[in-house]
Write a protein of this length. Structure first.
Length: 364
């Protein structure tokens, strides 16, 4: 069992800098949890607290029912994979994988069995006699994973393990890490600033900013129901479009208005705004939330094409609209040219509405 629970955990340095504030987080046994956010948001600090590499300033950290605030790293049943791989350059792949087991005085036969089992699972058996400088980045990453695997830990910690790999290799390694989690049935805590990694790997995502949790949820919840402007902007490629405007009550229903742009809003978006007398809002529109059909009055986005950006299977249009510059995704076979005026139908049920002052979602 490896349930991890943070209760009011904080990290404050002597100079007064707060790296983590009042973290309350319950990580389930065997869950794959991803800590996501920009550099300096507190995600690596959180990971290092689990590993015992960072002291806790306040609050309580538990593994199952045991408080581990004062438990040293070597007595916590965790294994860590670093961004830099941290392999011993003078040792063979075999010895790098076996090192932790030798330090813990395992028998030679057990060490050999575990090393070869891990190497087989990671498809690096032919590499066991090589040294790290003879390996590619992806091969080194597999060795680092193997070194952690043989420990058979209760908790598997990963600190941006794929950031040094090229784009194609990152995609394949994501799949391997996902399969590894399913095979090991161990709690994984994974740190990244890459939204694609988070959305691909996680059972749940914790979005962090400046040491404070912004939202916790499944990948679908985080992407489809962002709790604030920061979360909405951090996930999505291209980034979500924001249009400042106001909500007006009309005989035909609630409308979002910005200059000549008028969009009918479903009740679940408008109810809270109107009930609170909220008028100034920010509308969030993702590029994919455009229907491939002609625009209609109640849910039409009109604009002039400022750029046409084909990207293989997709095509993105930059539009100059009454709400400013926005980017939308359209069928790659549609022919558009710069300067052309277009009218596109929005999927109103997928729009997001945020309070302009607080940045919080106004979804009821």
């Amino acid at each position: 069992m490896a349930r991890i629970k943070f209760s009011g955990v904080g990290k404050r340095y002597p100079n007064g800098f707060v790296a983590l504030a009042d973290l309350n987080l319950d990580i389930a046994d065997r869950e794959f949890l991803v800590l996501l956010g920009p550099s300096g948001c507190g995600k690596s600090t959180t990971l290092n607290m689990i590993a015992g590499l960072e002291e806790i300033s306040e609050g309580e950290l538990r593994f199952d029912d045991e408080v581990v605030n004062e438990v040293p790293p070597h007595k916590r049943d965790v294994a860590m994979v670093f961004q830099s791989y941290a392999l011993y350059p003078h040792k063979s792949v075999y010895e790098n994988i076996a090192f932790g087991l030798r330090m813990r005085k395992h028998e030679a036969g057990e060490i050999d069995r575990r090393v070869r089992d891990a190497a087989k699972r990671l498809e690096i058996v032919p590499l066991l006699e090589r040294r790290p400088n003879e390996l590619s980045g992806g091969q080194r990453q597999r060795v680092a994973l193997g070194r952690a695997m043989v420990r058979q830990p209760q908790v598997f910690l990963m600190d941006e393990p794929l950031s040094n790999l090229d784009a194609a290799l990152r995609i394949s390694m994501r799949a391997e890490i996902k399969q590894l989690h399913q095979a090991m049935q161990t709690t994984f805590v994974y740190v990244t600033h890459d939204q694609a990694e988070a959305l691909t790997l996680a059972d749940r995502i914790v979005v962090m900013r400046d040491g404070v949790v912004q939202q916790i949820g499944t990948p679908d919840q985080i992407y489809e129901q962002p709790g604030n402007v920061f979360v909405a902007a951090f996930l999505g490629n291209p980034p979500i479009n924001f249009i400042e405007g106001r909500v007006e009550a009309t005989p035909a229903g609630a409308m979002f208005v910005r200059g000549d742009l008028r969009l009918a809003l479903p009740d679940y978006l408008a109810t809270k705004a109107l009930a609170q007398g909220q008028r100034e809002v920010m509308l969030g529109l993702r590029a994919e939330d455009v229907l491939d059909e002609p625009g209609r009055d109640a849910n039409t986005l009109r604009g002039s094409v400022s750029s046409v950006l084909p990207v293989g299977s997709d095509q993105f249009l930059g539009l100059q609209t009454a709400g400013g510059q926005v980017f939308v995704r359209v069928d790659k076979d549609r022919k558009h040219r710069e300067g052309e005026n277009v009218a596109l139908t929005l999927n109103i049920d997928r729009l997001h509405l945020f309070d302009k002052q607080s940045g919080l979602s106004l979804r009821s």
